[in-house]
Design a protein around this ligand. Structure first.
Ligand code: PLP
Length: 483
């Protein structure tokens, strides 16, 4: 990398830190290109590159004839999507004919997979992990000898406990069970706290695999209205728990998929207090928290759990090692139930990928990798959001995620996202239609897009095509549905 590239990246980083840290605020003017060049003793071209980088990341904007300014949370100029569910909805899944299952098409081999739940693997240190995998696979025998298979590799469990400390809270290593991805962590947690026919309270919209898992286990749901920027309304949760028997809550508190919010710490604390009062465990799906865009690490509701009521589910799928399928649950007082379930189902999690991840965490800078991952994801999310703003019809609304790599888009009223899904599939474009994010198929005029792919003219063309397809479907919608 040239010195010039180093310089503009360093300047962009310094300004971005000032914005994140609050020293530069929305609406503040940046120094002109000329004075910034003098101040940093670089060419004007270097400053232009630094400002362009920050512009692409959505942190600053150019105003014609005026210069560069720090942006607010602007949603690429569009309004925030609305909550479609206005009150808690009790849903008996056993009476439902089917929970929407479009997974195959979403994750398939589409040329442009904007529907997939997984990030672009090229953003991850796969070479380093691959070398660690090969180097450590010969020690599998030794690892096996010293490992309680159901619990997971001791080095990895210790590294996870250490990470909690770095994030600012204590989770004893004894609580941590390594699982086959976040999915198994959630599945084991549901099995540990709920029995056939029980109700599980979920946020809405919610990640569709959670709905599938709940259905698989013959459980039912209460679907809760969820604010796209703040998350669950804690007062309403309290009321609902006073009137309904609930075996557990399954919620995402950080970098929510699909809404993108991270709940504020006070709300997480209030959430844990309410659940404790009602004696209801929380299964906290926290697979995305390391992808938070803010300046500091964020803590989960688990940080406020004094009674072992929170089963905190994490995963390396999004943060470090896609495809390795290594996750964990810090299970509080439910750890022995989890271990028994694990023993009865898979006995243990594959050892070599655990060894490789433990090796990476010990010998490489996880934080450095995460910093560049978050930066890149934020840039890509912003690029796609701006493209949606340019290409989708009036009436479109989108989220501004606080982390992660998906955006949730409300299409103009009456636009059928399932019809859009079908049209897109026929062009080898994958999108995630809104109805799969709700057990009763709500969110008919919503979609989720995966923004983790490197921006390109092909992507711009794809968004342009989607925008015109949305306009076409919206125009054909019956007048009464367009309200
Ligand atoms: C919100 C959410 N929860 C859970 C998972 C599952 O994670 P894993 O791949 O570790 O099983 C995913 C993966 O896409 C996800 O997006």
């Amino acid at each position: 990398v040239s010195t010039e590239a180093h310089r503009y990246a360093a300047i962009a980083e310094a300004i971005s830190d000032l914005i994140r840290g609050g020293s530069l605020q929305a609406g503040d003017a940046l120094p002109s290109v000329r004075s910034a060049a003098l101040q940093h003793r670089v060419s004007k071209g270097t400053i232009v590159s630094a400002y362009s980088t920050l512009e692409a990341r959505g942190l600053i904007e150019a105003r014609p004839q005026s210069g560069f300014y720090v942006r607010g949370r602007l949603n690429a100029g569009l309004a925030v999507p609305r909550s479609e569910i206005k009150y808690p909805k009790v849903v008996r899944l056993d009476q439902q004919t089917q929970v929407r299952d479009a997974l195959g098409d979403l994750c398939g081999t589409h040329a442009t997979s904007l529907g997939s739940s997984f990030p672009d693997p090229s953003l991850y240190p796969l070479d380093v992990l691959g070398r660690a995998l090969v180097a450590n696979v010969r020690s599998t025998e030794a690892a096996l000898a010293g490992t309680d298979l159901q619990l997971g590799l001791p080095q990895l469990r210790r590294a996870i406990a250490q990470r909690y400390l770095e994030l600012g809270y204590v989770v004893p290593v004894e609580e941590i069970v390594v699982t086959c991805g976040g999915t198994e962590a959630i599945s084991l947690s549901l099995q540990a706290v709920a029995q056939k026919g029980d109700f599980v309270l979920i946020d809405s919209p919610t990640f569709f695999s959670g709905i599938q898992l709940i259905k698989q286990l013959d459980l039912n749901v209460i679907e809760m209205p969820t604010d796209p920027q703040e998350g669950l309304n804690i007062g309403l949760l309290d009321q609902t728990l006073s009137t309904h028997r609930v075996a557990a809550c399954l919620l995402m508190t950080n970098c929510h998929n699909p809404l993108g919010f991270s709940m504020k710490e006070e709300r997480k604390q209030a959430l844990v207090e309410v659940l404790c009062r009602h004696d209801v465990p929380l299964i906290e799906n926290d697979v995305n928290s390391e992808l938070h865009f803010g300046p500091r690490h964020i803590r989960a509701a688990k940080a406020f759990d004094e009674n072992g009521m929170v089963l905190h589910c994490g995963s390396f799928t999004k943060s470090l090692a896609p495809g390795f399928k290594i996750g964990w649950v810090a299970a509080g007082r439910y750890v022995s139930r989890i271990v028994n379930r694990k023993f009865a189902t898979t006995l243990g999690t594959s050892i070599p990928p655990q060894t490789a991840i433990a090796h990476y965490l010990k010998n490489h800078s996880y934080d450095r990798h995460l910093r560049s991952l978050r930066r890149e994801l934020q840039t890509r999310v912003n690029e796609m959001s701006q493209s949606v703003a340019r290409n989708f019809p009036a009436g479109t609304r989108i989220t501004t995620p606080q982390g992660g790599y998906v955006i949730w888009i409300e299409l103009p009223p009456g636009t059928d996202s399932m019809a859009l899904f079908e049209m897109a599939v026929s062009r080898h474009i994958g999108i995630a239609p809104g109805p799969i994010f709700s057990p009763l198929g709500s969110y008919r005029n919503f979609i989720r897009l995966n923004c983790s792919h490197n921006w390109s003219s092909k992507l711009e063309e794809t968004i342009k095509w989607l925008g015109s397809a949305v306009s076409e479907i919206a125009a054909a919608a019956p007048a009464e549905s367009r309200i």
